[in-house]
Design a protein around this ligand. Sequence first.
Ligand SMILES: Cc1cc2nc3c(=O)[nH]c(=O)nc-3n(C[C@H](O)[C@H](O)[C@H](O)COP(=O)(O)O)c2cc1C
Ligand SMILES: [Mn+2]
Length: 490
Amino acid sequence: MAYRSFRHFLETLDQAGELKRVAEPVDTDLVISEWADREMKSPGGGKGLLFEQPVVDGKASKFPVAINTMGSRKRIAMALGRESTDEIAQEIQLILKAKPPTDLREGFALLKQGIHLLHARPKSVREAACQEIFHKIDNGGSEFSLRDLPILKCWPKDGGRFITLPNVHTRDPESGARNVGVYRMQIFDERTTAMHWQVHKVGARHGKRYYERNERMPVAVTLGGDPALSFSATAPLPDGLDEILFAGFLRRKSIEMVKCKTIDLEVPADVDFVLEGYVQPGEMRPEGPFGDHTGYYTAVEDYPVFHLTAITHRKDPVYPTTIVGIPPMEDFYIGDAVVRIFLPVFKMNFPELVDMTLPAEGVFHNLVFVSIRKQYPYQAFKVMHGLWGMGQMMFSKYIVIVDEDCDVHNTSEVLFRLCANTDPARDTTVIKNPSDSLDHAPSEQNIGSHMGFDATRKLPGENYHREWPELLKMTDEVKALVDALQKKTR
Ligand SMILES: Cc1cc2nc3c(=O)[nH]c(=O)nc-3n(C[C@H](O)[C@H](O)[C@H](O)COP(=O)(O)O)c2cc1C
Ligand SMILES: [Mn+2]
């Protein structure tokens, strides 16, 4: 189902008992954050929260704040209009199976084609809900500015307030290819913010192209709208797969796009707010500190500056946000859904791959559990190296490979296999690869070492010269017998 608006999604959550409304005034300075943190850490991710009266600098904001709206398996599936995200994985699998691709590139091409076939291409429109209200932002001080938005200060030592769920729209000046990514934005003043696209991200790559041409870069930031778009913007999609197209595929309906008022870019018509503006190549400013998804404060660093030229919004917008921090947080469910949805794509490149997960404790990149059906010696190492060469999987710090009969979603089971089945010198490998910019552990930023563990049963030819023992297992007959006996005594 495609949502008409972010409010429509919130109403749907409400009807399903997945939204708590908070009518009391609550401060956007740390208080909403602490409230949301408790909710995100409650069993299964708690409920979505709608703060109807957020307070900014002692004044009531005109706009409500929604947070944790995707922070559970159920809500992320609802955001994507499905009972479960596994349904989307099945749909992708169908597209990929239509004509068996021979490699990953062909697979992505097919995926894109499949998405086109499903009539997911965006449409252009002239009138848009997101432009019902138009505020031009001038140097002389405007009557409306970023100060009017209920933007959170998330953690006590943060450098300021941060927009945490902005969908940042940019274009490659050479190919015209568009991109949407979620890159946080620190508020500097009424009309300037930081633009925190890390060096490995597509926004940064587009920025570099403008820098080389010494041209001003138009940037549009959207907030709200159908959550399928926000999800697509956070997902590390295969490079070249358009987020707008992918969001259209997810919601099974074209995204309607409208031209911005002050810059040459298009944005989805249904969003709640649009921040139009530009990044001036070469202009950098210290950003941070920020309480990050690593669970630590990310230190101050130079990032590009975003200048506003206009803010447009709906008549009744809701400000969507999230907070990141010590796991589990809302972003765990977003990352988890990405892995589930793209599992068929991974399986295509790794036919031995059975299942894969990024446990919450690893905050995305730090820990990956993979189960495989092993057929030949050193196959676990082949899978690790393949993953380290794939898009943002390059950041994976620890990869643990187990046999297919181990449930990767059960961390305790994986740790049992890891401890029981490995001889560290024989079954590990340490490699050099790019590191996540936010990882504070490597001696130098952006580069580091990663480690792989082969916790599978050793095959002949893997330097194991003894007989591999058998894992304990009760017989099915005895299990059935005890099931029956226990039923009687209950
Ligand atoms: C809540 C949240 C906040 C994020 N903040 C940032 C950020 O500040 N900078 C960044 O580079 N990536 C951030 N990301 C990750 C990117 O959105 C993600 O890597 C995405 O795939 C980037 O898209 P791209 O491949 O089109 O560049 C964030 C993700 C989430 C879920
Ligand atoms: Mn992208």
